[in-house]
Ligand binder design. Structure first.
Ligand code: CP3
Length: 322
């Protein structure tokens, strides 16, 4: 059991370190502080896995875009990419990410031996949506329009992101993570035909390369909120574990996937905010649907800042109860 965004603003000890660090990226690039906030939820809740504290947008940073996080309004990337800039992009400058690998080494040496250690990156489609849009967006109009208007440039951007993700995840594995999660948070917005092209193919290429070059590394894929497209995804992408968003039905997915597939998810982060009977009922449903199959308990998306700590404690008790 672990929770996406388990190191974050719902924890007072995180807010304290975050205030000391200055900007969000300063926190990501201060090995000692990034290690400290990675370990905080492990100390407090004893989760089975730690996830590296960083962000998917360090990859655009290492590709030369300026990335900032405005308080209250999310990430900003500049200049937004146009077609001509894309042809000058890459390869990724991994030395800009040295502080991340240093943090991984510090975390690895401090983690209890029974705690798994997960690294991550964003999937090309999700990362591209920020590189092209310049900020978060509800409907991803900018990147969807760009993919239609400039297919060659977009394909080249996706190629650069595939190669960058492979090198970045391999370097994380070398520094000490045992598993990686590939976050395709905005995969669910793609129409079926483009889903194969912009989600399945790029992620499959990353996973194939990792399989070949880091055979012991465990891989979790998270194509979020893709519903019935999940089958097509799992037939092509050879990950060890498939993470579900909040909308998929675990029993339906289980009945359709090859047996032996491990699933992760899919508690609604709002049920965790609600707590009490709503949380109890949601956890009961998830445990019942897994019914003895191997699974990793998690949320269907990241934990929200307003989540009460007492509810996370309640969740840990519920998940661990017989
Ligand atoms: O899970 C963890 O604890 C590890 C750390 C982690 C962060 N971001 C820290 C973070 C991980 C795995 C991510 C992934 C990430 N980042 C995703 C994919 C997962 C998802 O949530 O869909 C995406 C889309 C991003 C991009 C991003 N970073 C956004 C949109 C934001 C702003 C949203 C917000 O909550 O403010 C961030 C900032 C961010 N990344 C925070 C944290 C803890 C909050 C910033 C802060 O502390 O000021």
């Amino acid at each position: 059991m672990w929770l996406m965004r388990q190191a974050g603003r719902y924890l007072p000890e995180y807010r304290e370190v975050r205030a000391r660090a200055g900007s969000f990226l300063d926190l990501c690039f201060s090995p000692r502080l990034a290690a400290e906030v990675t370990l905080q939820p492990i100390r407090r809740f004893g989760f089975d896995a730690a996830i590296l504290f960083s962000d998917i947008l360090v990859v655009p940073h290492a590709l030369g875009q300026r990335v900032t996080f405005e308080e209250g309004s999310g990430p900003r990337l500049s200049p937004v990419l146009d077609a001509s800039a894309i042809f000058g992009l890459g390869p990724i400058n991994l030395t800009k990410l040295d502080p991340v690998f240093e943090a991984i080494e510090l975390i690895k040496s401090a983690l209890p031996s029974e705690t798994a250690f997960i690294g991550f990156c964003g999937a090309p489609w999700t990362v591209a949506s920020y590189m092209i849009g310049g900020e978060g967006s509800r409907d991803l109009t900018a990147v969807r329009m760009f993919a239609f208007r400039y297919p060659q440039a977009f394909e080249r951007l996706m190629d650069v992101l595939v190669d960058s993700s492979i090198e970045y995840l391999l370097a994380q594995a070398q520094a000490g993570v045992e598993a990686v999660q590939i976050f395709d948070s905005w995969a669910g917005i793609l129409p079926s035909d483009q889903f194969a092209k912009w989600c399945i193919e790029p992620v499959a290429r990353i996973v194939d390369a990792l399989r070949e070059r880091a055979p012991g590394l465990r891989i979790i894929s998270f194509p979020r909120q893709v519903g019935s497209n999940l089958l097509q995804f799992s037939a092509r992408v050879r990950s060890d574990c498939l993470a579900l968003g909040t909308s998929e039905c675990i029993s339906v997915v289980r009945s359709q996937l090859a047996s032996g597939s491990v699933l992760q998810g899919n508690l609604d982060p709002l049920a965790l905010i609600a707590g009490g009977a709503a949380l109890e009922e949601s956890v009961r449903r998830i445990r019942c649907e897994f019914n003895g199959a191997p699974y990793i308990f998690n949320l269907g998306h990241g934990i929200l800042p307003e989540t009460p700590i007492a509810h996370v404690e309640q969740l840990v008790r519920l998940v661990r109860s017989k």
